[in-house]
Design a protein around this ligand. Structure first.
Ligand SMILES: [Zn+2]
Ligand SMILES: [Zn+2]
Length: 327
């Protein structure tokens, strides 16, 4: 099969690999689309470590089941369309798994990082971590829901019941979460790179009532904020924009150094926290919501061989919404 591998930091190429063989717990799936995530860029750049390179990246996999293993339980039947997200396996035994926080599992394995992902014609995935997808979405448009949407949704929930929500960095995740927030009756304030009028206009079309540069102060104070961009300097900016008791959530897996800031902008019981990975409960909750909410994803499609270009375009901010590899 054709696949894209990251071999070492900065080295990505197309290769021919044998079609993988599923273990009893795994499904063999035929990949139709795979969303491109900023985490893929962090893996390519070595900012997030790949334990055993080379690896096939890609953790927003839209696929159909070709063959299900013979494990107990109810593996998804051949022909079922499934989504395969970032969380690929958990131990089920550690304190986090037992406490309903499997996203923090000490031995978790992640798709497209520890386990070969979806930048390939076929993949294998543990059936307990695969999810049927809402029928209202096509393969390309549903792909960004599997990480940008899903982990963005977890981040939005961790911001509490904030009515006025700030979204810092208006890319793949924010363009979905803005719509979810509007669906939930929240008011959205979008922050982009300074002077990026096109993205600010894009944010307004998705329901943001205000859009501006990330160093600007919004017209009123916010009840919470989610930072999707990997820029540490946004942390003090977001803390200054939220009211007393408000929460700022850092949603990325990697962020540049956070600059020193005066204690007074955290004072007033403001909360600063990260969001890490997802649980299967998040996936079920979010996909159920996506089946009801009309989320319109904006996607830029790339062929498999164009994956390096897709990552370069993501780095340079050359498109609105999400990049998706189409197979
Ligand atoms: Zn991701
Ligand atoms: Zn565990």
């Amino acid at each position: 099969m054709r696949a894209i591998q990251i071999l070492a930091p900065g080295r990505i190429e197309q290769v021919e690999l044998a079609v993988p063989t599923p273990s009893p717990e795994q499904l063999l799936v035929r990949v139709h689309a795979c969303g491109v995530c900023r985490t893929d860029l962090h893996l390519l750049d070595g900012e997030v470590t790949i334990p055993r390179p080379p690896v096939v990246p890609g953790h927003q996999i839209v696929a159909t089941v070709v063959e299900s293993g013979d494990a107990d339980g109810a593996p998804l039947a051949a022909g079922t369309r499934v989504g395969v997200p970032w969380l690929g396996w958990t131990c089920g035994e550690c304190r986090y798994c037992r406490d309903g926080a499997e996203n923090l599992c000490d031995r978790a394995r992640f798709t497209g990082c520890d386990i070969d992902g979806g930048y390939a014609e076929f993949a294998v995935a543990d059936h307990r971590f695969c999810f049927p997808l809402p029928e209202r979405y096509g393969d390309l448009e549903v792909a960004p829901l599997l990480c940008a949407g899903l982990i963005g949704f977890r981040a939005l929930r961790l911001a509490g019941d904030a009515e006025r929500i700030g979204l810092y960095g208006f890319g793949s995740a924010a363009h979905i979460i803005a719509q979810v927030a509007r669906f939930e009756g929240r008011r959205v304030f979008a922050f982009t790179r300074e002077g990026d009028g096109a993205t600010q206009e894009f944010a307004r079309t998705l329901g943001a009532e205000w859009a501006g540069g990330s160093r600007e102060r919004p017209p009123e104070e916010l009840d919470g904020a989610v930072i999707f961009a990997a820029a540490g300097e946004l942390v003090p900016a977001a803390l200054q924009a939220v009211r007393k008791g408000g929460t700022v959530v850092c949603a990325g897996i990697h962020m540049s150094q956070i600059p020193p800031f005066p204690y007074e902008i955290l004072w007033g019981e403001r909360v600063l926290r990260s969001v890490a990975n997802l649980t299967r409960a998040d996936a079920r909750d979010f996909l159920a919501l996506a089946a009801r909410a009309p989320i319109a994803t904006t996607v830029r499609a790339y062929r498999l061989a164009q994956a390096p270009q897709a990552l370069a375009d993501l780095r340079a901010g050359r498109f609105e919404g999400a990049a998706v590899i189409e197979l």
